[in-house]
Design a protein around this ligand. Structure first.
Ligand code: GDP
Length: 393
């Protein structure tokens, strides 16, 4: 699936940079065009893979290239004001060659949190291609203001995109790690999961079995209908020795060993599908109630066994209670892994979002209370007791 990606703010820019690196490494051709937008000049300069002419500094007249300081209302305002500059970069994208737009942003900050929904609204007005969001939720230890920003941005962003894919930093945080080191690993995880998912629709089939290969329309149809999505992933190392003596030659051996290998590959796939769905999701939630799902099994074609995939798909139907569960292959002949990626779309049973909103409402009330109190206290401090002094003017 070919995407026009727009990375907003620091997190959005860094994840976009990683996607470009992933694309180069795997030759997956997911990112047809990449644009990074920020109010902070230093963050844009720190990017390595986004072409310089596609790095757009917005809000210069307001914040002088220094960022909006986690003020997402200001982030939304400056993006609205400078939307033509962003459109100028998007005008260079051959939109007829892309399947969809993907807007990436950390929802807890200022530029991405405020700007991403503004751009989504703008793009949806202009283009017929779907506009997806990849929204990153802040870690619980980042504090109230980040949670409040994320909760407000989440609500707004979901309403403006065709589907919001969510990644929750809190679910991936490791203790005892520097924030920077932690983000590098987290960003690798984000790109791996979404890379396999979107890469699936972009495979050049060659001599592989074309009818079972995932097509980008299957990804689009799973995401159609809107709402919130999460992605599960599990993989296992396999001995993919394509030369003589490897598993492939065993497949061509006697009937008995063939039957055994088939049973193994079937079981491997069904267990990978379970692990992917019940293990760590990009956004933790209950699969039950998901409106649609897509199962992608990736790896060397000989290990992608029909029966396993079909069983995995049926199991997903039971887990979600949805009849709209699609499935397909992503053949990667040279890989030493078999992986299952599960996209759950239209999820509604998400305790994490309810928690986020509770903390956000508390933070909002607390901020208002403190603001009112401090105004009173400042009046008390500045005014003299008997009100005898007069200001100069
Ligand atoms: P902005 O530049 O104003 O949009 O804000 P940032 O992108 O710096 O931060 C927004 C939120 O994104 C933070 O609260 C973090 O939760 C998250 N974040 C920042 N940098 C990264 C990153 O490199 N990776 C990930 N996964 N999250 C990040």
């Amino acid at each position: 699936m070919k995407l026009a990606m727009i990375g907003f703010g620091q997190a959005g820019g860094k994840v976009l940079d990683k996607f470009l690196e992933y694309d180069q490494r795997h030759g997956s051709k997911i990112v047809r065009s990449a644009v990074a937008v920020n109010t902070a000049k230093a963050d844009l300069m720190g990017l390595e893979h986004v072409p310089e002419e596609n790095r757009i500094l917005v809000g210069q007249s307001r914040v002088k290239g220094h960022g909006v300081g986690a003020d997402n209302e200001l982030g939304a305002e400056v993006v609205e004001e400078d939307i033509n500059e962003i459109q100028g970069a998007i005008d260079q994208i051959p939109v007829h060659e892309v399947d969809a737009f993907l807007i990436l942003a950390g929802l807890g900050g200022g530029t991405g949190s405020g700007g991403a929904p503004v751009l989504a609204k703008h793009l949806k007005r202009i283009y017929t291609e779907p506009v997806y969001g990849l929204g990153i939720l802040p870690g619980g230890d980042e504090g109230g203001i980040y949670t409040l920003n994320a909760a407000r941005s989440f609500q707004t962003f979901v309403g403006e995109v065709d589907n919001l894919l969510v990644f929750d930093n809190d679910n991936w945080r490791k203790t005892g790690e520097s924030v920077q080191g932690g983000y590098d690993e987290i960003n690798d995880e984000i790109v791996k999961r979404f890379g396999v998912l979107f890469g699936a629709g972009e495979v050049e089939t060659g001599d592989t079995v074309a009818e079972s290969v995932v097509d980008s329309s299957e990804i689009i149809n799973t995401l159609a209908g809107g709402g919130v999505s999460t992605v599960g992933y599990a993989r296992e190392t396999v001995e993919n020795d394509q030369s003589s003596g490897g598993i492939l030659s065993k497949f061509t051996g006697g009937n008995e060993s063939k039957a055994e290998d088939t049973a193994n590959t079937t079981n491997r796939i069904t267990s990978l599908v379970r692990k992917a769905t019940l293990g760590r999701l990009t956004l933790p939630c209950e699969p039950e109630g998901a409106e649609r799902a897509l199962l992608v099994t990736a790896g060397p074609p000989a290990f992608l066994n029909r029966k396993g995939i079909e069983r995995g798909r049926k199991w997903l139907e039971e887990q979600t209670g949805s009849m709209e569960v699609r499935g397909g292959d992503y053949p990667i002949p040279e890989s030493n892994h078999v992986a299952a990626v599960v996209l759950l779309s239209g999820v509604t049973n998400v305790e994490r979002i309810k928690d986020l909103q509770r903390v956000a409402v508390e933070a909002q009330e607390n901020i208002e209370e403190i603001r009112e109190e401090s105004e009173e206290k400042l009046q008390e401090l500045v005014g003299d007791d008997e009100d005898e002094l007069e200001p100069l003017f």
